[in-house]
Structure formats: structure tokens, C-alpha cells
Write a protein that binds this ligand. Structure first.
Ligand code: CUA
Length: 320
């Protein structure tokens, strides 16, 4: 299981921009890297020249003390002032603005993201859907993300789409998410928030609009009733063994708000904020001992028998 987070994180790269905002960040990054290399090379060349010609009183390329003073003022004072002022103006006027929170009314939809220790709660403005750790959005659409937290400070960062925003208690911050092509863009909590900070990943799934609408309509519905005998037993266990105190399954009496909403948990590709894949083996391991998979998370070990775990898994697998 230890290998899965690295696997899931593999796609994250700030230098693979998939939005105009991230493009402006990566261009600035490359220009700064190029400029730093030019500066470093110049200083290194001057150092080597100075050493090679150390026995002569004049500068390596001629000139006396006045020329040396001019060189120090020119390269040591004037150049940094010009370069740093230029970079400051560029980043402040252009990059900061192109990556800033979208103007009110300039986006097609709003998504609310709430940070929890340690998962992301996701709601769609004006819709019933509540999900976790998987933020779907239509491709090539400006989406306003409103972020806050239910506990400590987290920071929402989707490196291929935009800069990060902090999720602060009692406050909301906004960011623009826009994906120029369909795909899955990994995001990550970027503010230390406790033991499982490193396992607080988010998947942003950009889809063609029709597919996105279909997904959202599905997430809007209440949970399907269990069909198989095992699943039906699993639902009873869920409602009586404590699960319902912490998790919500819309359409059932389970209304807990401590852990992620599980109404359509089977439709998600990962569990525990992308810590493990969402399949039978991992779900079983999670129910057997959540603290072993993700130490410090709020889910206790429930001391369930193997057959009870199998019934719960059968139920949760039907929550598509
Ligand atoms: Cu949430 Cu770090």
C-alpha cells in the first residue's frame, strides 16, 4: 500500500501548465531560471579570469581602478536593481493578476472546497451533490473555487492549473480553476496540517461538459438502495455500528459530518484522500484497521468481524 501515494502523485508538475494562469507562472519560472544561469555564468567567468590573470595590476580586459569601480557599480548595484525591479513588476502586474481570484460573475460555476484533517469536502453551489477528494469540472470552463476549512489551516494547490490558496478558519478564499484539456490533475495540501498532511491529495477531473453534467446529476441523487443480501446486511451494520455517526449517506438516516460523505463513494477512484485505490482489497484493509493505513485519522478501529467487514464492503461497493 505504501507505493500507491507516490504512484498517484506521479502526474504533478508545475512546469506542465494546463491553464493560462499556470502558463504565466511557468514562463516566469523559466525566465528566472534562465536569468539566474546567465548571472551565475558571468560571475564564474569573471572569477576565473581574475584568478588566471591575478599577477597583473589591471583588469583582465584592461582599465585601471576607475574601471574596476564602474564594474562594481554596474554589475553589483545597477544590474540587480534593474533586473529585480523588472521581475517584480512583471510578477506583480502580470503573473499575480493572471493567477488571482476570478472577478465576480466571470465564471460559469462555483465549487466549494472545505479542508478537513485529512480530506477535501466538495460541494457544488445550488446542487445536492457532496463528494470528497475528487473535484470534477467541465473542460475549458472557468470555475470559481471557494475554499475554507473545518479545522486547521490547509492550502489547496493544483500545480498544473493555478497557484495555491490557503484555507483559513472563519474565512473564505477564492481561486480560478480552468483546465484546457480533459484529464486528471492531481492537487495537494500545501500547508502542514498534522500527521497526514502528506496524504491529503485531491484529484481534479476535467471532463467534456456532457460527461460532467452526467456525473454531477448522478452525484446529486440520493444513495441507491442495496440489492444483494450481503449489501442489505451491510447497510444495517452501517446504521448500527457507529459508521453513521461520522458519515453521511444521503437517502438514509446516516447524517454524520465528521468523515467524508459516502453517498456515492463507489464512484470515486481513490479512498482516504488518494492514499489508497478504491477497490475491494483496499476498502477491506481500511475497514479492518484505518489507523494502519493512515495513522492519526479520525476513524477508529471498529473491531468488526471478517463477515461484517465483507457485508459493509458489499454495501459501500453498491454506492455508485
Ligand atoms: Cu491539509 Cu496539509
Amino acid at each position: 500500500m505504501a507505493s500507491s501515494p507516490a504512484l498517484l502523485l506521479a502526474g504533478q508538475n508545475v512546469l506542465h501548465p494546463h491553464s493560462p494562469a499556470e502558463h504565466s507562472i511557468s514562463v516566469l519560472w523559466w525566465v528566472m531560471l534562465g536569468g539566474a544561469w546567465i548571472g551565475l555564468t558571468l560571475v564564474a567567468v569573471l572569477l576565473v579570469l581574475g584568478w588566471v590573470r591575478r599577477k597583473r595590476a589591471s583588469l583582465p580586459f584592461g582599465g585601471g581602478e576607475r574601471a574596476a569601480t564602474r564594474l562594481v557599480i554596474g554589475l553589483g548595484i545597477a544590474t540587480p536593481i534593474i533586473v529585480l525591479t523588472g521581475l517584480f513588476l512583471w510578477s506583480d502586474i502580470f503573473v499575480i493578476r493572471s493567477t488571482a481570484a476570478p472577478a465576480q460573475g466571470s465564471t460559469a460555476m462555483t465549487v466549494q472546497v472545505t479542508g478537513h484533517q485529512w480530506f477535501w469536502e466538495i460541494r457544488y453551489a445550488g446542487r445536492e451533490a457532496v463528494t470528497a477528494n475528487e473535484l470534477h469540472l467541465p473542460v475549458r470552463t472557468r470555475v470559481s473555487v471557494v475554499g475554507t476549512t473545518a479545522d486547521v489551516i490547509h492550502s489547496l494547490w493544483v500545480p498544473e492549473l493555478n497557484r495555491k490558496i490557503d484555507l483559513i478558519p472563519g474565512r473564505t478564499n477564492r481561486m480560478l480553476l480552468y483546465a484546457d484539456q480533459a484529464g486528471t490533475y492531481p492537487g495537494q495540501c500545501a500547508e502542514f496540517c498534522g500527521l497526514q498532511h502528506a496524504h491529503m491529495e485531491l484529484l481534479v477531473v476535467a471532463e467534456p461538459r456532457a460527461r460532467f453534467e452526467q456525473w454531477l446529476n448522478g452525484e446529486d441523487t440520493t444513495a441507491p438502495q442495496p440489492t444483494g443480501a450481503d449489501a442489505q446486511r451491510g447497510q444495517k451494520l452501517f446504521l448500527t455500528e457507529g459508521c453513521a455517526d461520522c458519515h453521511q449517506i444521503r437517502g438514509t438516516p446516516a447524517r454524520g459530518q465528521v468523515g467524508p460523505d459516502l453517498t456515492h463513494v463507489a464512484s470515486r477512484s481513490t479512498l482516504a484522500a488518494a492514499t489508497i485505490p478504491n477497490d475491494r482489497a483496499h476498502l477491506t484493509a481500511w475497514l479492518r484497521n484505518p489507523q494502519r493505513v493512515k495513522p492519526g485519522n479520525k476513524m477508529p478501529e471498529l473491531q468488526l468481524s471478517s463477515s461484517d467487514i465483507a457485508a459493509l464492503v458489499a454495501y459501500l461497493e453498491e454506492l455508485k
